[in-house]
Design a protein around this ligand. Structure first.
Ligand SMILES: Nc1ncnc2c1ncn2[C@@H]1O[C@H](COP(=O)(O)OP(=O)(O)OP(=O)(O)O)[C@@H](O)[C@H]1O
Length: 301
C-alpha cells in the first residue's frame, strides 16, 4: 500500500456550515501543514459564485489535493470540480450532517480528520449525474427533498432543526407519481420518496441504501412506497438499523443508468442542496471518476 504525501493543498472552508465557528481551524491547518512542509491556501466560501472562483484557482495553481471543510453541500461543490481529474478530494466534516464523510469512514472528530493531511491513502469512487449535475452521495425526489428545501430556506442550521422540519412536514405530505426505467427494471406508481443513491446513509445516520458500494460501478434507486401512518415507526426503526431493504414498503432498483419521469415535478435535491426540478431526469453512472483522500486502513497502520 502506498501512502500519499501532499505538497500543495487548497482548503475550501464553508464558514456557515453546521453552525460551527471555524476561525481556530485556520491556525490548526497552517500549523499542521508547516510541520509537514506542505504549501497551503484557504478559500472561504461566500455562497455566491464559489464554483467559478474555485475553477479559476484550480487552473492557476498546481494543488495535489483539495479539502472541503463543511457539509455535503461543500463536498459536492469541491467534488464537482475534481471529478475526472487526478486531484483528490479530502473532507473535514463540519456540516449539519456530513453524510459522505461517514460513508467513507472519515473521522468525524475535527482533530482526527486533520491528521489525514499528512497520513492518508487515495482511492477512486464512483460518481453519478442527474441531468448532468454531479451527485457523489445521495439525491432525492419527494419527502426528504421537500424537508431539505425547507431546511435550506430556514434560518436555523444543525441536525435538530432538520429533524423538527421533517416531523412537521411528514404530517401533511402526499406521495407523488413516478415512472422509473432503468437498464434492469421498471417501476411505475406512487412513492413517498425516491432516493438516487451512490452511497448509503444520510448525515442523520438513517441508512436508505444499506448495501450500496461506492466503487462497484452501479447506483441504486431506493423507493419508499406509500405506507400507513401506523408503519412509520417501523420504517424509521429500519432506517436507523441498516435494514430498510427488508421493509415491505421499500423497493431498490440497482442499475447503471436510469430515466425518472417525475410526473408531478416534485422538488429534488442533490447531495443536500435543492436544485431546479425537472419532469424527466436522466441518471448516469461515472465509474471510479473521483479520487478521495481516506484514512489508512487499520490493518495497514
Ligand atoms: N459564506 C457563506 N454564507 C452563506 N452561505 C454560504 C456561505 N458559504 C457557503 N454557503 C452555502 O452553504 C451551503 C452548503 O452548506 P453545507 O451543505 O456544506 O453545510 P450544512 O448545510 O451545514 O451541512 P450538511 O450538508 O451536512 O447538512 C450552500 O448552499 C452554500 O451556498
Amino acid at each position: 500500500m502506498n501512502l500519499n504525501r501532499h505538497k500543495n493543498l487548497l482548503f475550501v472552508l464553508n464558514p456557515i456550515a453546521g453552525d460551527i465557528d471555524k476561525e481556530d481551524l485556520k491556525e490548526d491547518i497552517a500549523a499542521i501543514c508547516k510541520e509537514h512542509e506542505i504549501e497551503q491556501e484557504i478559500y472561504p466560501t461566500t455562497g455566491d459564485n464559489d464554483k467559478k472562483a474555485l475553477k479559476k484557482k484550480l487552473q492557476e495553481n498546481l494543488y495535489d489535493g483539495v479539502y472541503a471543510i463543511g457539509g455535503d453541500g461543500t463536498v459536492n461543490l469541491v467534488a464537482s470540480l475534481l471529478i475526472g481529474t487526478t486531484i483528490p478530494l479530502g473532507i473535514v466534516p463540519m456540516g449539519s450532517g456530513n453524510g459522505l464523510s461517514k460513508d467513507l469512514d472519515i473521522p468525524q472528530d475535527t482533530e482526527e480528520a486533520l491528521q489525514l493531511i499528512h497520513t492518508n491513502v487515495i482511492r477512486n469512487i464512483d460518481t453519478i449525474t442527474l441531468n448532468g449535475k454531479p451527485s457523489i452521495h445521495l439525491s432525492d425526489l419527494g419527502f426528504n427533498a421537500w424537508v431539505v428545501k425547507q431546511f435550506c430556506e430556514g434560518d436555523t442550521r444543525g441536525p435538530g432543526a432538520y429533524a423538527w422540519i421533517a416531523l412537521q412536514e411528514y404530517l401533511g405530505y402526499e406521495p407523488k407519481n413516478y415512472r422509473i426505467v432503468t437498464d434492469a427494471d421498471t417501476f411505475e406508481g406512487k412513492a413517498f420518496m425516491v432516493t438516487v443513491a451512490n452511497a448509503n446513509a444520510w448525515g442523520s445516520n438513517a441508512s436508505i441504501n444499506p448495501d450500496g458500494i461506492l466503487n462497484d460501478g452501479k447506483f441504486e434507486i431506493c423507493l419508499i412506497e406509500p405506507f400507513p401512518r401506523t408503519a412509520s415507526i417501523g420504517i424509521l426503526y429500519k432506517l436507523y438499523t441498516d435494514s430498510i431493504d427488508t421493509s415491505v414498503y421499500t423497493r431498490i432498483l440497482k442499475c447503471k443508468r436510469a430515466t425518472i419521469y417525475n410526473f408531478n415535478r416534485e422538488v429534488m435535491h442533490i447531495d443536500g442542496e435543492p436544485v431546479e426540478t425537472a419532469e424527466v431526469i436522466e441518471v448516469e453512472m461515472h465509474p471510479k471518476s473521483l479520487k478521495v483522500i481516506l484514512p489508512v486502513p487499520e490493518q495497514d497502520v
